[in-house]
Design a binder for this molecule. Structure first.
Ligand SMILES: [Zn+2]
Length: 254
C-alpha cells in the first residue's frame, strides 16, 4: 500500500515517529507521500523525507489557509523551493471556504498561480478543496495541462467524474470507512479504478475503528479494506492497482 497523503512531521508524532513508521512498514505500507503546506511544513517534509529516502516522498505548497498579503513573496519562495529541492508534487494547495470566505480573491489568486507553477515544472498538483468545489473546478478547467489529485475528496460522484475528465485522480481517505458516509461510498463505487488513490491525511480524519484518534499511515489499510468491500474486488488486486496509480501520478522512483 501507499499512503498518498500524510503529514507525519506534525508535532503530534514528535514522541513516537520511529514507531509510527515501523508500524506503517509492518502493516504493508511501502511508501508515503509527505505533504507540505506552508513555509515551515515544506521544510519539515523535505528534511524528514531526506532521513527516510525511498520511503517518504516530499511535496511543497501553500495551503489556502496559509495565504496572506505577502502572497507575492510566498510565490517567489515556492518557486525557489521547487528549484532547489527534489519534490514529487505541488501542494497541497487549493481553496477552503469553510471557515473564511473574506479572502476568497486572495485564495483564488494564490491557487491559480500554483496551478501555473505546476505546469511550468511538470509537477502533479495535490488539491485541497473544501466548500469550494465549483471554484476549484473552474480554475482547473482553464488549464488543460494541469494534472494531479483531488485529495480527501468529499464531493459528489458527478463532480468526481468531471475532475477525472480534466485529468485528475480522486483520493479517498478515512471518511469512506464511516458507516453513514453515503457520498464517499458512492464515489468509491462509481469512479474508474485507474483514477483512484488512497490516503490517510494523518494526523487527521482517522478511519473506523480509530475514528476520533490520531491518524497514522498504517491505518490506510482500513481505507483499502473498505473500498475492496464496496467494489467487491479482491483486496490484493485492488492494492496493486492503487499502488500503480500512485507511483504513476507522482513518479515515485526510489
Ligand atoms: Zn492534508
Amino acid at each position: 500500500m501507499i499512503d498518498s497523503h500524510a503529514h507525519i512531521f506534525d508535532e503530534s508524532f514528535s514522541l513516537d515517529l520511529e514507531n509510527v513508521i515501523n508500524n506503517a512498514k509492518n502493516n504493508g505500507v511501502n511508501k508515503i507521500v509527505l505533504v507540505g503546506f506552508s513555509r515551515d511544513t515544506n521544510d519539515l517534509a523535505y528534511q524528514l523525507a531526506t532521513k527516510y529516502k525511498g520511503y517518504l516522498y516530499p511535496t511543497c505548497g501553500i495551503h489556502p489557509s496559509e495565504v496572506s498579503d505577502n502572497y507575492l513573496s510566498d510565490l517567489v519562495y515556492l518557486e525557489d523551493f521547487i528549484n532547489n529541492h527534489k519534490v514529487y508534487a505541488l501542494g497541497e494547495c487549493g481553496l477552503d471556504y469553510h471557515y473564511d470566505t473574506s479572502n476568497k480573491d486572495l485564495q483564488l489568486k494564490v491557487f491559480e498561480e500554483q496551478v501555473k507553477l505546476s505546469i511550468k515544472y511538470n509537477l502533479p498538483l495535490i488539491i485541497h478543496s473544501r466548500d469550494a468545489i465549483n471554484d476549484t473546478y473552474n480554475i482547473l478547467s482553464k488549464y488543460k495541462e494541469a494534472r494531479g489529485v483531488m485529495h480527501c475528496y468529499s464531493g459528489s460522484l458527478e463532480m468526481a467524474l468531471k475532475f477525472i475528465a480534466l485529468g485528475f485522480y480522486i483520493s479517498l481517505g478515512g471518511p469512506v470507512t464511516f458507516k453513514n458516509a453515503r457520498v464517499p461510498k458512492e464515489v468509491a463505487k462509481g469512479i474508474p479504478l485507474d483514477k483512484l488513490l488512497i490516503e490517510t491525511d494523518s494526523p487527521y480524519l482517522a478511519p473506523t475503528p480509530y475514528r476520533g484518534k490520531r491518524n497514522e499511515p498504517a491505518y490506510v489499510k482500513e481505507v483499502l479494506k473498505a473500498i475492496s468491500e464496496i467494489r467487491n474486488i479482491d483486496i490484493l488486486e485492488l492494492e496493486k492497482i492503487l499502488e500503480n496509480n500512485t507511483i504513476k501520478l507522482f513518479k515515485l522512483e526510489d
